[in-house]
Write a protein that binds this ligand. Structure first.
Ligand code: 0WD
Length: 256
């Protein structure tokens, strides 16, 4: 029996089979969790429905996390399928493409700052808040995805680094707030992986090559490796871990 047997998990952020959320869904499914999925817009609907099918799920709901009304409707619909759920996976990030190239100040605007923080950080708290009535008191877990650009100044990552720093603080405040009702909140800081979101970052290939050549394991990580740790962090095996940022990056973060 898998270590997530009997758990219900809501997966937010599948855009393709390369998505980190796909790797997490795959590991959670393998470990016995029942899954539900959201999709951002009609462009992604078919792909997410396909994913749900392959994981034996028929719960696929629209949810653009920029819209409070869509978040509320999504949880109202989810509540018709499930009287409660145990795991929320937030694998969402976005900044306007022009902000993810060149020098930090060159393409920074009030608008790009606001969008990056809204979609990449606020949305975690928005989902945690709206999903709270369905998660409270079940010993559940929330998981999000961050990147080392939150801690270090990296070329091209720019305003997304600030949004990820906010996201990491969000993990700690949510863990502090939701701990008393039994919900844990953690993040994985993943090494670079070639996904749709990554394609928006200028010179992403260089970041990947640098990790391949320099990380202690001399390679980058896969969505399955991130997925396995995500499944663990959201399981009862990790019942003593909350408010943590766990690196799944082939050891890259230890380098000076
Ligand atoms: O190297 C990487 N790929 C890393 C990614 C390293 C470390 C962290 N991460 C993070 C990302 O910042 C993000 O938070 O992992 C998370 C998942 O990213 P991913 O798997 O790399 O990228 P992708 O497959 O593109 O999924 C992100 C999805 C969006 O995809 P697109 O490509 O269509 O922007 O986030 C979703 C969307 O499906 N998303 C939204 N969902 C709901 N409402 C919204 C939104 N407003 N905006 C983006």
């Amino acid at each position: 029996m898998g270590f997530l047997h009997g758990k219900r998990a809501l997966i937010v952020g599948i855009a393709s089979q390369r998505s980190i959320a796909w790797g997490i869904a795959n590991a959670m499914h393998r470990e016995g969790a029942q899954l539900a999925f959201t999709y951002q817009n009609d462009r992604l609907k078919d792909r997410v429905e396909e994913a749900a099918n392959s994981f034996g799920s028929n719960i696929v709901l629209p949810c653009d996390v920029a819209e409070d009304a869509q978040i509320d409707t999504m949880f109202a619909e989810l509540g018709k399928h499930w009287d409660g759920f145990d795991i929320l996976v937030h694998s969402v990030g976005f900044a306007p493409r022009e902000a993810l190239q060149g020098q930090y100040l060159d393409n920074l605007t009030r608008e790009s700052f606001s969008i990056a923080h809204d979609i990449s950080s606020y949305s975690l708290a928005a989902l945690a808040k709206a999903g709270r009535p369905l998660m409270a008191g079940r010993g559940g877990a929330i998981l999000t995805l961050t990147y080392i650009g939150a801690e270090r100044a990296l070329s091209n990552y720019n305003v997304m680094g600030l949004a990820k720093a906010s996201l990491e603080a969000n993990v700690r405040y949510l863990a502090f707030n939701l701990g008393p009702e039994g919900t844990r909140v953690n993040a994985i800081s993943a090494g670079p992986i070639k996904t749709l979101a990554a394609a928006g970052i200028a010179n992403f290939r260089n970041m990947l090559d640098h990790v391949d050549e320099n990380a202690p394991l001399r390679r980058s990580v896969t969505i399955d490796e991130v997925g396995n740790v995500g499944a663990f962090l959201c399981s009862d095996l990790a019942s003593g871990i909350t408010g943590e940022i766990t690196y799944v990056d082939a050891g890259y973060n230890i380098l000076g």
